[in-house]
Design a protein around this ligand. Sequence first.
Ligand SMILES: Cc1cc2nc3c(=O)[nH]c(=O)nc-3n(C[C@H](O)[C@H](O)[C@H](O)COP(=O)(O)OP(=O)(O)OC[C@H]3O[C@@H](n4cnc5c(N)ncnc54)[C@H](O)[C@@H]3O)c2cc1C
Length: 441
Amino acid sequence: METLILGAGLAGLSTAYFLQQQGEEGITLLEKEERPGGLCRSIRKNGYIYDIGPHILFAKDKEMLGLMLSVLEKKNDLRRSNQIIHKGRWVQYPFENDLSKLPADDLKYCINAFENNPYENYEATNMLQFFLKTFGEGITNCYLRPYNEKIWKYDPAFMNTSMVDRIPKPAKEEIRRSAAGETVDGYVHQLYFSYPSAGGIEAVPNGFLKLLDPAKSRVLTGRKVAKVQKAGDGFIVSCENGEQYAAKRLISTIPVQELTAAYAEATDEVKEHVAGLRYNSIAVAFVKVCCDKCGDNFAFMIADKNIIFHRISKMDFLGQAYHHGTEATYMAEVTYREGDGISLMKEEELAAKIKEGLIAINFAEKEEDIEIIDISRHEYAYVIYDLAHGENMRAIRRFYEKEKVFLNGRFGNFEYWNMDRILRESLTLTQRLTSLRGSEL
Ligand SMILES: Cc1cc2nc3c(=O)[nH]c(=O)nc-3n(C[C@H](O)[C@H](O)[C@H](O)COP(=O)(O)OP(=O)(O)OC[C@H]3O[C@@H](n4cnc5c(N)ncnc54)[C@H](O)[C@@H]3O)c2cc1C
């Protein structure tokens, strides 16, 4: 059956791959950028390569992780070494597992509030309540609340618990040991991870691209979807360049906002729900500093709002191919939303703030030690689970299900999905579609 897939990020590419695996052909992917890969693209500049924020390969879903790793020519296996910078001190991530590194007052506040937690037995109905209930007021106010406010640019009291309710309650014994001086490994499912030995994270979508048989699947880039119309029992998709494509089956992995803007029969009701969805954009600065001051560590989280980036990750940590002499190269991430102060900042101002931040965290001594190699901005980066997310997405899904448009992907389905989940959802969708073949479709 002829299939059109909108978007050729990991969701689009893996959907095409699984359809092909199930014996399908006549698959066309329409991608607006000149290169497929979406958020998993890697950016090349002046002989360097960096990702749209650090992308590492780890997963609870071992089958999908195995598939991702199998498409790589070569990979590096690494052990997480992440720090939180709190009042100039390095506290090993996750915060609650290294409390003894805190200044004495904060240590006392965190451990006392954890041991005597009045919120422990309430049911948490939002993210902030979850933090207070699970970790107590001290850990919440010293780190979790300011860091989450910084990355989400949203008050955690107005976010639901979708992001956090998988976080296990830390064992009392572990927190006591961490307060007494022991650094305890936490979140062990992310302790070990892999990364492509060369080519950046884009090696993953490229791996899937290579598995597509050109006789069965074609990936057309530079095709921005502008209009989607129903035609008989199928669809006609028009691109900005004037080309039109028709197919009986339509799968959309482009942001649901983009789909709805293009969808000729979108109702006012669905448009209203789409307008209610909240998301963050990201600016990623790729930065070179003359000397390495952060040792054998990968990512640093910074909750302090005087520093513009919330996370900085060392590209060199990921393997020899990403290493350049004695210098250190970092990805600094800054989230924003359209209309806020950061979205309105000119690139020079953003660059100056990033340099200021690097000096403030002692990664560089002076401005001249720092070179901003590139700054790239990406509109759709993080889904925000605000309190209305569930209701909005239920209504949106109902609408597109009735239209027989299949939604997939991080922004296509508007869920905070990582790469393994994207693959799992693509597999599930294609299995459903092939079982429907000839009946509902
Ligand atoms: C900062 C950051 C860090 C991350 N780190 C990790 C990590 O460490 N590990 C992990 O597993 N996952 C990570 N992820 C998640 C991972 O990037 C996503 O799960 C995955 O890339 C989503 O793929 P997708 O195809 O659903 O979406 P996208 O990659 O967004 O693909 C959508 C595609 O649609 C195209 N498109 C949009 N509009 C149109 C249009 N009108 N017409 C045609 N095409 C269009 C886009 O150009 C894009 O190629 C991270 C994400 C971010 C933002």
